[in-house]
Write a protein that binds this ligand. Structure first.
Ligand code: PLP
Length: 391
């Protein structure tokens, strides 16, 4: 009766191996984490450059707390913007090669806020089937007509646009690096298709910042597409190891979002010290190329090792999915890995399509060659990697 339905639903999730639970990390995030007093080798964080616990970033946050206090008080439109919000926005715009930028408390809120402001009833929004959940939620919440094309299928994108002439506004949105598959969008083609059909183009570069492009500027820079994307979304929660989302674009776009994005207007601004930490993170990756170099050394190394076991594995980023299949099997492999000191949770529906439950490996710059060897050894030991796979 009443709220008791939640017990049935929880039992149902449990029966289908879909129940989600988290582990308690005692201490900081890094290549190694402590759980129940035991040390685990972690291959599941988006903290690609190891900045979540970097001394310079911690120091920047501490100094900012001394100077600016902790809280931001209210929405910036109410209690005023703080200097560090503005400094960070200036830095983002410079980094992304745009006129301006606007901070949101998280990347999730940046996607929701931008999409709901830009399109509504009478408009159409078209996105890749594997776009991040925050994009999908933004598309749904916008009340615009929402269509998806098969993953990376630019032909289908074009044909959807051809059939969209009756809509008032058209918006195309894609991840640059797909969060559960680690592959990259065909951005150059998408740019020309969107332009040909007079559609607004929005790109979520969350997983590319600090990973792709010169000084880690992202996949847009990597492909030489600066100035060609109307709306660039990003997050400090991935390679920068911090928190906070942003939209970068033209000055009018940013003025528009300041006035129209509900997830900017009706929420409290990020604490200034968070901005100081993100600023320090951006400065670090611009000044120290060795961080990104180490990450790519690890990506290449894991790819080489995996290719010894599998003929076809495509590794394009620090995100490397090992597809298992059923949720139950994925949980079983993840449990065995955990028993052997490796932390890689099973990623299951609805995060990924049914039948494609997986171990999502994510690499960090601060993993060593030994750590990667250990991962391969344990994957063999638990029976996931076998030499028979190679031909
Ligand atoms: C993580 C992620 C987001 C959300 O960013 P947060 O700052 O963690 O809320 C948005 N888009 C993509 C592709 C992501 O991977």
């Amino acid at each position: 009766m009443g709220i008791d339905f939640i017990l049935d639903e929880l039992a149902d999730l449990q029966n289908r191996s879909l129940l989600r639970e988290y582990k308690t990390i005692e201490g900081a995030q890094g290549p190694y984490v402590h759980i129940n007093g035991k040390l685990y080798l972690s291959f599941c964080s988006n903290n690609y450059l190891g900045l979540a616990n970097h001394p310079k970033i911690k120091q920047a946050a501490i100094e900012a707390i001394h100077q600016y206090g902790w809280g931001a008080g209210a929405s910036r439109l109410v209690s005023g913007t703080m200097i560090l919000h503005q400094e960070l926005e200036k830095k983002i715009a410079e980094f992304k090669g745009t006129e301006a930028a606007l901070l949101f408390p998280t990347g999730y809120m940046a996607n929701l806020g931008a999409l709901c402001a830009l399109v509504s009833k009478g408009d159409i929004v078209i996105g890749d089937k594997l776009n991040h959940a925050s994009i999908i939620d933004g598309c749904r919440l916008s009340a615009a007509t929402f269509r998806v094309y098969p993953h990376k299928d630019v032909g289908q994108l074009e044909s959807l646009l051809q059939r969209s002439s009756e809509y008032r506004r058209k918006l195309v949105v894609t991840d640059s690096v797909f969060s559960m598959d680690g592959d990259t969008a065909p951005l150059t083609e998408i740019v020309s298709i969107a332009k040909r059909h007079d559609a607004v183009l929005m790109v979520d570069d969350a997983h590319a910042m600090g990973v792709f492009g010169k000084q880690g500027k992202g996949l847009i820079e990597h492909y030489g597409l600066e100035g060609k994307i109307d709306v660039i979304m990003g997050s400090f929660s991935k390679a920068i190891g911090s928190i906070g989302g942003f939209i970068a674009g033209s000055k009018p776009l940013i003025d528009f979002l300041k006035n129209k994005s509900r997830s900017f207007i009706y929420t409290t601004a990020l604490p200034p010290a968070v901005c100081a930490a993100s600023l320090a993170g951006l400065t670090l990756i611009q000044e120290d190329a060795s961080l990104i170099d180490s990450l790519w050394r690890n990506i290449t190394s894991l790819k080489t090792r995996l290719l010894q076991f599998m003929n076809t594995i495509s590794v394009e980023s620090p995100i490397v999915p090992l597809i298992v299949g059923s949720a139950e099997d994925a949980v079983n492999v993840a449990t065995k890995l955990y028993e052997n000191g490796i932390l890689i949770p099973a990623i299951r529906p609805p995060t990924v399509p049914p039948g494609t439950s997986r171990l999502r490996i994510s690499l960090m710059a601060t993993h060593s060659e030994k750590d990667i060897n250990r991962l391969i050894e344990i994957l063999q030991y638990v029976g996931f990697l076998t030499h028979e796979r190679a031909t």
